[in-house]
Design a protein around this ligand. Structure first.
Ligand code: CTP
Ligand code: CA
Length: 224
């Protein structure tokens, strides 16, 4: 679908949004995945669109369909996602909502791995994926004016997310508690804390659509 442009505070702005999980292949029929549905990133892209932005929506294999009225770029792996972000720049803002796989399998093969009748299951050798958020945040040329990261944490949420913001060099971090008891991973609601250079704001638990609208409004305010 073509990006659609509506009047609003983000008219004339271009925002790159990453969303969904990435899949890291093991062999042609198997991969490593995570539980991200893509719901929060999809809602954010839709809200940015509703405020008038041109949105490049770079998505891994999500369970939720992409919004209408945005440029959809489908990828599978973290490395493909990084390349797609690079190709989508320049942008006024980048929102990295994807649950990027931290590691990929380096001994992936292009033929299905077969049981060999021995007692030795195959061993996966892993290496770290590129950190797309750190890379965008550190761009010396063409860095988006506002870079927003997410921090999925299961414990010490604010502390870990604040440290993550410093480490990655992004402007804002949206911290969320993904510990299993919250039921947030894969659910319709989110409880986030927005960490900005000038302070920390805990938002009440609300629908992912409401989180998205509020974040899009904040982004529009920052780009004004
Ligand atoms: N991210 C990214 N590229 C990666 C890993 C993460 O762009 N290879 C981005 C995510 O999209 C998110 C932010 O970095 O916006 C934080 O992701 P998170 O998984 O919470 O942080 P990590 O640095 O991977 O740390 P850890 O998983 O060990 O907590
Ligand atoms: Ca991670």
């Amino acid at each position: 679908p073509e990006a659609q442009v509506v009047p609003g505070p983000l008219l004339g702005r271009h925002v790159v949004v990453t969303s969904g999980p990435t899949h890291e292949p093991i062999d042609p029929v198997r991969y490593i995945a995570n539980r991200s549905s893509g719901a929060q990133g999809t809602a954010i892209a839709a809200s940015l669109r509703d405020l008038g932005a041109k949105v490049s929506f770079i998505t891994g294999p999500a369970t939720v369909p992409p919004p209408d009225g945005v440029d959809v770029i489908r990828v599978e792996t973290a490395r493909q996602m990084r390349d797609a972000v690079e190709a989508a720049l320049p942008a006024d803002a980048a929102v990295m909502a994807a649950a990027v796989a931290d590691w990929r399998v380096i001994n992936a093969v292009d033929r299905k791995i077969k049981k060999d009748g021995s007692d030795n299951p195959p061993a996966l050798e892993m290496t770290e994926n590129p950190d797309i958020l750190s890379w965008v945040s550190g761009l010396e040329q063409g860095r988006p004016a506002l870079v927003v990261g997410f921090a999925a944490e299961t414990h010490d949420v604010i502390e870990n997310a604040t440290a993550k913001r410093g480490r990655k060099g992004c402007d804002w971090i949206v911290a969320n508690d993904v510990s299993p008891e919250t039921g947030i991973m894969g659910g319709d609601e989110n409880a986030v804390t927005l960490i900005r250079p000038d302070g920390v704001e805990a938002w009440p638990r609300m629908g992912k659509d409401a989180v998205a609208r509020r974040l899009a409004e904040a982004i529009a305010g920052a780009l004004e």
